[in-house]
Each structure stands twice: as C-alpha cells, then as structure tokens.
Design a protein around this ligand. Structure first.
Ligand code: PGA
Length: 254
C-alpha cells in the first residue's frame, strides 16, 4: 500500500505554513490547477498563509480554479455561515483569484439533483482536481460524508449527523438554525483527486485521526478510505498526533 506522508507541525501557524507549501508547489507547477478547498476552523491557518504569500508576491492565483467540498442546503451565499461566504471572507477577497473560477455548491437551488450533477460536470470540465484539501470531523467525516454503511459516490445531498450539527452549532445563534442537510462532494469525487492534503490539528481529533490512518478501512470512519489513495499528505500538530506512534507506524515522515 502507498505510504501516507505525515508532516508534523510545531503549532497552528506552522500547520498553515506546511499546508501552504503543499498548495504552492501545485500552483507553481500548474498555474491553472484545480484546487479542492475546505471550510471549518482547521484550514484557516492555511488560508492566512496563502494570503501572506500572495501579498508578498510569491503566489499568483489569477488562473487558479477552485471547487469546494460542500455547502449547507438552505443558506445563500451572502449568509455569514454559508461556505461561499466563508471562502470569500477568509481567502478569495484577499487574493487575485477570479471569482468566476471559484465554485461552491448552490444550496439554495430548487433542483439540488441538477446542482449535484452539474458540480461533477464542472470538476470534469476543469480537468479534475489536482489537490484536494480536507479537514476531518470528530466522527471521521470528510466533506459532509458522514459515517455510513457504504462509502458514498459522487456529489450528493446528505443529512447531517446530529453530532456534526452539534459541532457546528458554535457558529450559529442556536442549534435550530444549523441546517440539517448539505450538498457534499462524495467519497468517490474526493478519491479522484490526484493528490490529497488532510489537515488535522488539536488533541480532540487525535483519536479519530489514528482510527482513520491506522484502523480498518470502514465506511463508519469515512476518512479511513484515504488509506487507499496513492498520494496523501497529512499535516498534523503534536496534539493531533498524540495517539499515533510515528516511529513505529510505518508512515513516511516529513
Ligand atoms: P473543523 O471541521 O475544521 O471546524 O474542526 C472539520 C470538519 O468537520 O471537517
């Protein structure tokens, strides 16, 4: 089985820097690359570092294209908790990316099946994802692919696990306001990416990270499928690596 490479970060800023190195390499090799992006707290240091590099003239996003992993159903792009809003606020408006080249699923569309199909068509038309950024949920989800009896395929509408709604409640006024459905790229869509960067920080995630990387490949731990991907880099800080014995686990270290 191909070796997953683990890059050990000193702290959150370092996790951002190491992750940005991975993206920068892809962007420099292919200026019109397609990046798969993620939202949540985990990628924020990455986005800050990309903005810093852009401001210093070290990165050019003028031809870069992006697709995001997921979006809540029922939130419009100008809702502060929508993922379109998150991407604009935390990355896109600070760099020279053309917003026409950025894609987040439309959770407000009356025909979500069409949205899902068109999302896959868009990814194909843009040549497939060169690098997919992922966080990992406390329950092992990637994107909004929640634990299930089978691995999901392509972009689809999904019901959010109650634990996911609870975890994301901190961004909303009340639990009732947290949407119960989302559009998400499927496990199949994610696994098609040529390279995957999984970022994981904080002690809270250490147990699920160990399960995902060292446990059996199991749809109840969706991220475990990454063990079958040929080109995965994990950036993790010390607390997140607490449950993994790097010396003896057989991972390629960085
Ligand atoms: P977080 O979310 O980065 O806010 O912890 C990760 C996820 O749920 O995928």
């Amino acid at each position: 089985m191909p070796k997953i490479k683990i890059l050990r970060a000193q702290d959150l800023v370092d996790a951002g820097r190491l992750s940005a190195d991975v993206l920068a390499e892809v962007i420099q090799a292919k200026p019109d690359c397609l990046l798969g992006l993620a939202t949540g707290s985990t990628p924020l240091p990455l986005y800050r570092d990309l903005i810093r590099r852009y401001a210093q003239g070290a990165l050019d996003f003028s031809k870069v294209r992006t697709v995001n992993l997921d979006e809540y159903v029922g939130l419009s792009g100008d809702h502060p908790q929508s993922y379109r809003y998150f991407m604009n606020e935390n990355l896109f408006q600070h760099i020279n990316i053309d917003l026409q080249n950025t894609c987040v699923p439309d959770g407000m569309n009356a025909d979500l099946d069409v949205v899902c199909k068109e999302y896959e068509t868009r990814i194909d038309a843009w040549g497939g994802i060169d690098l997919q950024v992922l966080g990992i949920g406390l329950n092992g989800h990637i994107g909004f692919n929640e634990p299930a009896t089978i691995f999901s395929g392509r972009t689809h509408v999904t019901n959010l696990a109650e634990s996911t709604r609870q975890a994301n409640r901190r961004f909303f006024e009340s639990l009732a306001e947290v949407p119960s459905q989302a559009i998400t790229m499927g496990i199949g869509s994610i696994m098609q990416a040529r390279k995957i960067l999984l970022i994981c920080t904080g002690e809270k995630k250490s147990e699920i990270l160990a399960k995902a990387l060292l446990g059996p490949v199991d749809p109840l731990v969706p991220a475990s499928i990454l063990q079958f991907h040929p080109n995965v880099v994990v950036v993790a800080d010390e607390p997140a690596l607490m449950s993994i014995d790097l010396e003896h686990s057989g991972f390629a270290a960085g």
